[in-house]
Design a protein around this ligand. Structure first.
Ligand SMILES: [Zn+2]
Length: 303
């Protein structure tokens, strides 16, 4: 196994996490639950090639191809590969995940025209829910829970109560910076309370290696810091970019994609201005500011 190849971890019997190092832009995690007779997949991958590699990993683990795919949210790194598993699988997601995915369409090809995504057919959830949904894979109960608007308006947490494993989607980036441009700061803090209430032992984050509930504490410290920066910066009449540039990131400076700070400040400012949680931001302006934060270098999709 080389450092950059995807790998499987089995935190409980029949429960597999599929980790794509290093968890940066476009390098999401997926996972699957199987009893040997049927398989439920959590998320896919950003490109056709990566989704096919995920499919091969499922087969190599001796599991049948999934009959169900649960999307933790609409972002293309988690959903672009859905079409590799349909029509054999039914795609499940939150009501808003479907709406957001259909609205976003081929957004990643527009942001990253140089990336070879392969033949991607936007495949939104056919089965949607609003608050929670329980699925069963043999003896394994799979709870799909909407924590409210957090990373996006249509997030789902996938919780296996018996195995005490949770797939958080992008509510948690292990070793990476949270990203709230399409979600909510206040909502992300509330979602951490939902996650804590589950009392998981193993946390499969949306990006980065497997972790434990201590990841919630680090995420909460970061979100609280962003909220304080936004209040101070706004009170002084600074733009989100000016606030981000003078901030001292401390422990968060070591996290991947630290340029997301300015995106998160755009979101925090919008909430201080009374805009609804998840209300659309000018994404191109946010991307431009992130490029400035990145020292002028473009934000790259690593898929
Ligand atoms: Zn995401």
């Amino acid at each position: 196994m080389t450092a950059d190849r995807p790998y499987l971890v089995e935190p409980a019997a029949g429960v597999h996490a599929y980790v794509q190092p290093d968890g940066g832009w476009c390098l999401n995690n997926a996972g699957f639950v199987t009893d040997g007779g049927r398989t439920l997949l959590v998320d896919t991958a950003a490109t056709e090639r990566r989704a096919l590699a995920l499919r091969d990993a499922i087969t190599a683990a001796g599991a049948p191809l999934p009959r169900t795919v649960v999307n933790t949210h609409h972002h293309g790194d988690h959903t672009y590969g859905n079409g590799v598993f349909t029509p054999g699988a039914l795609v499940v997601g939150h009501d808003n995940a479907r709406a957001e995915q259909l609205a976003a369409g081929h957004q990643l090809e527009m942001i990253w025209p140089e990336t070879d995504f392969g033949a991607i057919e936007i495949t939104a959830p056919d089965l949607t829910y609003s608050e929670r949904l329980t699925l069963h894979v043999g003896e394994t109960e799979v709870q799909v829970i909407h924590p409210g608007v957090a990373h996006t308006t249509g997030d789902s947490v996938v919780w296996l109560p018996r195995q005490r494993v949770v797939f958080t989607g992008d509510l948690v980036f292990a070793g990476g910076t949270p990203f709230l441009a399409m979600g909510s700061l206040a909502g992300s803090l509330r979602a951490l309370r939902v996650l804590r209430s589950l009392d998981a032992e193993t946390v499969v984050p949306g990006h980065g290696p497997l972790t434990g509930p201590e990841a919630y504490d680090a995420t909460e410290r970061y979100l609280t810091w962003v909220g304080e920066l936004a209040r101070e910066g706004r009170a002084e009449g600074l733009t989100p970019l000016e606030t981000a540039r003078r901030a001292d990131p401390g422990e968060f400076g070591r996290w991947r994609e630290s340029e997301r700070l300015v995106a998160n400040l755009h979101r925090a400012y919008a909430e201080l201005q009374g805009r609804p949680e998840g209300a659309p931001l000018d994404i191109l302006a946010v991307l431009k500011d992130m490029t400035v934060m990145n020292g002028g270098a473009p934000i790259l999709c690593h898929a």
